[in-house]
Design a protein around this ligand. Structure first.
Ligand code: HEM
Ligand code: MTE
Ligand code: MO
Length: 406
């Protein structure tokens, strides 16, 4: 049995490695002709070094991105803690920083190998054809990740609100799978290329390998410094390319969606505003005066947007766990479904799981930096919880439904 299987695999492999008939030589023109590319400056060693840098950036990007996905769409086995309060700020900041640093790295990596796209013959045998197809998938997925990511942080998602996150997520699996296969295939070449030190002899006027690596490294570093200030506050003054300037908007905090864009201006200023607090078997309506009469607490917490910017505020309001008790449940064993006055939109509602629901830092905030919330920051009341993506910090809260943890 096993011998038969072994023989079958060997036969299949031999069959797949049979040379395919070469395509007509007449096709060998343009970029396909011999010597069409000047390959000086390119080498397996350069490609290996760029590959290691890009692969590391992609690995960090994949893991931090996957984490962000799990926090937003938790499967039953996944529990995300509420402390340390700024952990998500760090992981998502890393995601976007390594993603942006990948732009020059990917450009250089592709530059170092693209003449091979026009190798002759285009496919030698079936195994070669499969390898080329997997490289095509890797390149497409890598470009898609970087382009969709940049569009997302540039807030160009409005035309297709679902497409970007879902596409970015599934393409990430494709990219990482194709990357692992690629590393598996190329590892022997990488080891060989890195084992030997090849003396550099670049013709005058061309960039040396070290020069090229240096340039790419500086480009990646500059992009990082020029954007990281959107989450690392001390770097803000030099972050000239940061898509967001979190400190330049109302109450010193960036606005993700304005009250006008969310269509809530009438509802939030309506004197008949009530917070509906629903428990197991009763429901109560609280006016702003009722809310202000409950014990008030102040916490210093960041908004850490999934798009990579973060900024801290001092929030004052009612502890969510006090509201949970008011609704007749035990915060140690409850979760809260928080809904906005916004009637539609992806981020109009969120579930606060137990670790955050019972955390004393989780507030239904009424004030920011000592003033009533600005309408664009969620007036009259918004959720603020430690260690959560900004998309889950619901603004213009109109209803909280408390239930036993599922
Ligand atoms: C320039 C490069 C990149 C930028 C600017 C970027 C940016 C982003 C942003 C803003 C999000 C949050 C989307 C949301 O939750 O609304 C995100 C999520 C994600 N990113 Fe990236 N990204 C980049 C590259 C990558 C790469 C290379 C990978 C993996 C190989 C990756 C994997 C992911 C994953 C898995 C998610 C979670 C998606 C989800 O929540 O469903 N990203 N990225
Ligand atoms: N109701 C509602 N709440 C929302 C959003 C929204 O679109 N609707 N956007 C979220 C996102 S993506 C972020 S980053 C934060 C931003 O809060 P801020 O505008 O007060 O900084 O609000 C969150 N709360
Ligand atoms: Mo956000």
């Amino acid at each position: 049995m096993v011998r038969d299987a072994g023989r079958l695999i060997r036969r299949a492999h031999a069959w797949m490695s049979r040379p395919l008939p070469p395509p007509p030589a007449a096709l060998r023109r343009g970029p396909l002709r011999r010597g069409a590319f000047d390959t000086s400056g390119r080498s397996p060693r350069l490609t290996s070094l760029l590959g290691i840098a890009l692969g590391s950036a992609f690995a960090v990007c994949f893991l931090t991105g996957l984490l962000s996905h799990l926090i937003q769409h938790p499967p039953f086995w996944f529990v995300w803690p509420s402390r340390p309060v700024a952990l998500y700020r760090v992981t998502q900041g890393l995601h976007v920083a390594t993603g942006l640093a990948s732009v020059p790295l990917l450009g250089a990596k592709l530059w170092s190998v693209y003449p091979r796209l026009f190798g002759w013959p285009p496919v030698r045998n079936l195994t070669h054809a499969i390898e080329r197809a997997s490289i095509a998938a890797l390149v497409a997925a890598a470009l898609f990740q970087v382009i969709s990511g940049v569009l997302n942080v540039a807030r160009w998602y409005d035309p297709m609100p679902f497409f970007f996150t879902a596409g970015h997520y599934w393409s990430a699996w494709l990219a990482i799978g194709a990357l692992l296969a690629h590393i598996g295939v190329k590892l022997p070449i990488v080891r060989q290329a890195l084992a030997r030190r090849i003396p550099e002899r670049a013709p005058a006027g061309t960039l040396t390998r070290r020069g090229l690596l240096g340039t790419v490294g500086v480009a990646a570093g500059l992009i990082t410094v020029a954007t990281a200030g959107q989450t690392v506050a001390p770097l803000a003054p030099v972050s000239v390319l940061a898509p967001r300037r979190p400190r330049s908007e109302p109450q010193n905090l960036a606005v993700n969606k304005t009250s006008a864009a969310a269509g809530v201006r009438d509802a939030i200023f309506d004197p008949a505003y009530r917070l509906v607090l629903a428990g197991l078997d009763r429901s109560q309506s609280l006016t702003l005066t009722d809310l202000a009469a409950l014990p008030q607490h102040t916490v210093v917490l960041p908004i850490s947007c999934v798009e990579g910017w973060s900024a801290t505020g001092a929030w004052t309001g009612v502890r969510l766990r006090d509201l949970i008790r008011l609704a007749g449940l035990d915060p140690e064993d409850a979760e809260a479904y928080v809904e906005s006055l916004q009637t539609s939109g992806r981020y109009r509602a969120t579930t606060v799981p137990t670790p955050h629901a019972r955390d004393p830092f989780t507030l239904l905030a009424l004030r920011l930096n000592g003033e009533p919330l600005h309408p664009d920051h969620g007036y009259p009341a918004r959720l603020i919880a430690p260690n959560r993506p900004g998309v889950l910090q619901t603004k213009w809260v109109g209803r909280i439904t408390v239930r036993k943890a599922s």
